[in-house]
Design a protein around this ligand. Structure first.
Ligand SMILES: [Zn+2]
Length: 396
C-alpha cells in the first residue's frame, strides 16, 4: 500500500461515506451538498442545488456559504477521493457532521440523480466585474444574479440617467426604460445619458446607445410610451425592481399603485432645486412592513398648488447624487444585502451638504397597500408638474 492509499484508508476509517442516493435524501432534508470539483468539471454539470466551492478555496470560503457548523455537510468530488480530503478539512475547521459522497459525481449521474448545468460568468464578464467578484457580498453568485436581473427605469431623465448608467456598469442584465420624450438641449445640464448630437432623438434610443457603449452585455428594453392606467401593469410585470425617476404626479401614482399590486420594490427619488429625497416603497418587503407612496401622500395636490414645469429649477449635479443612491438601493435589493430604505426617507440638502433620515410609516388604513385591501384600480390623474411641498418637487 502506498502512502496515498494508506492516507485514504485512514480517512475512510474516520469520515463517514454515504452513497449518492442517500446524499440526495439528506440534501432534501436540509444537508448542504458541496461540489468541490474544478470549474471546468462543474461547467459540464453538477448536482442540482449543490454549492460549488472549488477544493482549493473550500476552507477559505465555506464560512461565507454556511457559518452554521452544526448543519450536516456532504462533500462531493468526481470519484470520491478528493472529497475525503476536503471533508477532513471541514472537520478540522469545526464542522461537526461531514460526510463524503462515495463514487462522487460520476455515480451520482449513473444513479440518475438530478443534475444541473450551473450558470457561470464568461471570461469577459469575469474581467469586467472583477472588482465585484472580490467582494464576498457580491462574488460570482451575486454577479450572476445581477446579470440575470431586470430593472425598470421610469424616465431616462435626471434621475434615470445616473441610475441606468451605474446599473449598466454594474452588470444588471436587463434595463427597461420608459420615456416618451425626445432629447432637448435643456436636458443636457443634468441628463448625462444623452449628448448634444442627439437633440431630437428619442430618449430611450439615446439611453440605449450610451448604455450599450458602456456595457454591450446589457439588454435595453425601450418603452417609448407614457405610462397610463391601461399599460402600466403590462410594462412593469416581469421586472425585479422599479426605479421611479418620473417628473410628474400621474406617473408617480401609477408606478406606486402598480408596484403595490405586483409586489415590486419601488425605489423612489425626487429632486427640487438643491434638495433631493430617496426612499424604497415596498409594502411586501419580507423583513419589515414598509409604506407605499400613498401612505405618505394619499392623493396628488391640486394643480394650482404646484409650480409649473418650466418654473421648477434644479442644480444639474443633484440628480446625480439622488439617482446614484437609487441605483445602490436597487443593487442591494437584487442581492438581498444590507438594509434598504424601506420605511425610511433619506433627504439630501446640497446647499448645506446634509443628509437627514426620516421614518415613514405604513398607513394601516391605506386604500392601496393596507393588509386585506382589494386593489381599488388605477387612476389617470390630470397631467401637471411639481410637488406637494418643496422637497417633494421634481424636475427629472
Ligand atoms: Zn400605502
Amino acid at each position: 500500500m502506498n502512502a496515498r492509499d494508506r492516507r485514504l484508508a485512514e480517512l475512510k476509517s474516520r469520515i463517514r461515506e454515504v452513497a449518492p442516493r442517500e446524499a440526495a435524501e439528506l440534501q432534501r432534508k436540509g444537508a448542504l451538498l458541496v461540489d468541490v470539483r474544478e470549474p471546468d468539471e462543474v461547467a459540464q454539470g453538477s448536482p442540482a442545488g449543490a454549492e460549488r466551492l472549488v477544493r482549493g478555496f473550500l476552507e477559505l470560503k465555506i464560512e461565507d456559504v454556511e457559518p452554521n457548523q452544526e448543519r450536516p455537510v456532504l462533500v462531493m468530488c468526481a470519484g470520491g477521493a478528493r472529497s475525503l480530503f476536503a471533508a477532513e478539512g471541514l472537520v478540522q475547521l469545526g464542522y461537526r457532521d461531514v460526510c463524503s459522497v462515495v463514487g462522487g459525481f460520476n455515480r451520482w449521474k449513473q444513479d440518475g440523480l438530478p443534475v444541473e448545468v450551473p450558470r457561470s460568468l464568461s471570461k469577459d464578464e469575469r474581467e469586467r466585474y472583477g472588482r465585484h467578484l472580490l467582494m464576498p457580498e457580491v462574488g460570482e453568485k451575486g454577479q450572476i444574479r445581477l446579470v440575470d436581473s431586470k430593472v425598470l427605469l421610469i424616465g431616462a431623465g435626471g434621475l434615470g440617467s445616473p441610475a441606468a448608467f451605474y446599473l449598466a456598469a454594474a452588470g444588471v442584465g436587463t434595463l427597461g426604460i420608459v420615456d416618451d420624450d425626445v432629447v432637448d438641449r435643456s436636458n443636457l445640464q443634468r441628463q448625462i445619458l444623452h449628448a448634444d448630437d442627439r437633440v431630437g432623438t428619442p430618449k430611450t434610443e439615446s439611453a440605449r446607445r450610451t448604455l450599450q457603449a458602456l456595457n454591450p452585455g446589457v439588454r435595453v428594453v425601450e418603452h417609448r410610451v407614457r405610462l397610463k392606467s391601461d399599460n402600466v401593469e403590462e410594462i412593469l410585470r416581469g421586472f425585479d425592481v422599479v426605479i421611479d425617476g418620473s417628473d410628474n404626479f400621474p406617473t408617480r401614482y401609477l408606478v406606486n399603485d402598480a408596484c403595490v399590486k405586483l409586489g415590486l420594490p419601488n425605489v423612489h427619488g425626487s429632486i427640487f432645486r438643491f434638495e433631493g429625497q430617496v426612499s424604497v416603497f415596498w409594502p411586501r418587503y419580507a423583513k419589515r412592513r414598509g409604506p407605499c407612496y400613498r401612505c405618505l401622500y394619499p392623493q396628488p395636490p391640486p394643480p394650482e398648488f404646484a409650480p409649473s414645469c418650466a418654473e421648477a429649477g434644479v442644480l444639474g449635479v443633484l440628480p446625480g447624487v439622488v439617482g446614484t443612491i437609487q441605483a445602490i438601493e436597487a443593487i442591494k435589493i437584487l442581492l438581498s444585502i444590507g438594509d434598504p430604505l424601506v420605511g425610511r426617507l433619506l433627504h439630501h440638502d446640497a446647499l448645506v451638504q446634509r443628509f437627514s433620515e426620516f421614518v415613514v410609516k405604513a398607513d394601516p388604513a391605506c386604500r392601496f397597500c393596507a393588509e386585506g385591501t382589494v386593489f381599488p384600480g388605477y387612476v389617470d390623474y390630470e397631467q401637471f408638474c411639481a410637488a406637494p411641498r418643496a422637497a417633494e418637487g421634481s424636475v427629472a
